[in-house]
Design a protein around this ligand. Structure first.
Ligand code: PNW
Length: 445
């Protein structure tokens, strides 16, 4: 049966957006009483960031809010996903809230509403106040309660105008890259710490949902996980087992507590003495019903029992500038798997999807990023395929609105559908931005 055109495969209430995060775009790192974040600190560690850069200026979004709002509106999206910088709102993460710390976000949210765009706010996109890191950071159980206070403070001011509140972005990255591999802030290398950090992130999510609901939440509440579909490199039993274990560590370790109230036993067994300390009531708190699940998908993971000897590039597969394989069917596979594993799965948003491509060549004011257009089209089609298989898809958001600070890669990797010239801060929509706008115009009909 021939498929209808892609834009006709999505309902009229589908949410289409672009996404960013505070540290990656705002700059203004030391203004208006903002405290230091663990990423401000980490960037100063020699060798931590590929181009030795930092987020002091980034895309200078903090000073360019109005024109960036117009830029977002020009894309024709009906949703914008952003994050709130905790140290901007509460310098140390404990004690006094910064007077005026939410003013910027109030202008942002009101500016979105005035343009008819939904506002999806993430409370923690990794820029933890350094003042909390000094007290042990996410490894310390008190940080859980500090996060709940911060969440309530944000909701009290903005809750009536937010469409979605996401507690955490990608606990896997915070736990594993931040505390086990140490390649991201705060640069700690301990499997035991990573496991405890993860438990505290999930617990703070659950307790925040309880508190926000007790306060009369109007926005929809959820969490964002970075997930991949794990496939065995060969049909050999040991590769199949290794892929199942990778799936348990990367997906079920997060989703099982959220939807089933328990950690997967095989991962607990593997951790042994490094398993997190869990107090009575924690698992029930984590398993609060959610209004939505956010899924960030970039690539699949090919797993072999002997560890990954060859990357996707070496295997001759199509890759992005991050060397992440371009594999759109993996998104369908992942979404279908989530729907199968978790009965009663809430509406799912793809909260990030996109690619870094070497498109910095701004020729005569134009970036012809055909590889990114193909990437986006294929992955949007993969979302439609998941919907046909019954997955309750509610939205799709491109990572990212504009080129920005790509963490340990600094400004060397460009994920934007809008090009940023960092010397002048000039924004130039790439061909992919025009493609997305035209796609959304066609969808609107
Ligand atoms: C996500 N990995 O990060 C983040 O949510 C964004 O802030 C980021 O810019 C985007 O993806 C692109 O990297 C990830 O190593 C970083 O698997 C690293 C990984 C996954 C996600």
């Amino acid at each position: 049966m021939p498929q209808r055109p892609l834009h006709h495969q999505f309902p009229s209430d589908f949410v289409w957006g672009v996404a960013t995060s505070s540290f990656q775009i705002e700059g203004a790192a030391h203004e208006g009483g903002k405290g230091e974040s663990i990423w401000d600190r980490f960037c100063r560690q020699p060798g931590a960031i590929a181009d030795a850069s930092n987020g002091d200026i980034a895309c200078d979004h903090f000073h360019r809010l109005e024109s960036d709002l117009d830029l977002i509106a020009s894309l024709g999206v009906n949703c914008y996903r952003f994050s709130i910088s905790w140290p901007r709102v509460q310098a140390l993460g404990h004690g006094e809230f910064n007077p005026g710390g939410l003013d910027f976000y109030e202008r942002l949210v009101d500016g979105l509403k005035a343009r008819g765009i939904r506002a999806f706010a993430t409370l923690n996109h990794w820029d933890l106040p350094q003042g909390l890191q000094e007290r042990g950071g996410w490894n310390d159980r008190d940080t859980v309660h500090r996060f709940v206070d911060y969440a309530r403070h944000v909701q009290a001011r903005l809750g009536d105008r937010l469409d979605g509140i996401t507690t955490h972005n990608e606990p896997w990255v915070v736990a594993v890259l931040g505390h086990e591999q140490g390649s991201f802030a705060p640069g700690i290398r301990s499997r035991r710490t990573a496991a405890q950090v993860c438990h505290h992130l999930l617990l703070s999510h659950g307790l925040a949902l309880q508190a926000l609901r007790a306060d009369g939440a109007k926005a929809r509440l959820g969490i964002v996980l970075n997930l991949s579909s794990c496939v065995p490199a060969t049909a050999m039993p040991e590769d199949i087992a290794a892929a199942a274990m990778a799936d348990a560590r990367g997906r079920r370790w997060y989703a099982d507590p959220l939807f089933k109230g328990r950690y997967p036993g095989e991962v607990l067994a593997e951790l042994g003495g490094d398993a997190p300390a869990v107090q009575p009531g924690d698992m029930a708190a984590i398993a609060q019903p959610m209004d939505y699940l956010g899924v960030n998908y970039y690539t699949r993971t090919v797993v072999s029992a002997g560890g990954e000897a060859w990357g996707a590039r070496e295997r001759g597969l199509p890759v992005t500038d991050m060397d992440w394989e371009v594999y759109a069917p993996g998104l369908t596979d992942l979404l279908v798997l989530l729907h199968r594993d978790y009965p009663g799965l809430p509406p799912v948003y793809v909260t990030e999807n996109g690619g870094a491509f070497k498109d910095a060549t701004l020729a005569r004011g134009r970036v012809q990023d055909d590889d990114r257009i193909a990437y986006l089209r294929e992955h949007i089609a993969a979302v439609a395929a998941a919907m046909r298989q019954g997955v309750p898809m509610a939205g799709y958001m491109v990572w990212s609105l504009m080129d920005n600070f790509e963490w340990a890669s600094g400004y060397l990797k460009r994920f934007g559908i809008v090009h940023v010239d960092y010397a002048t801060q000039k924004r130039t929509p790439k061909a992919s931005a025009e493609w997305y706008r035209d796609f959304l115009t066609a969808w609107r009909g």
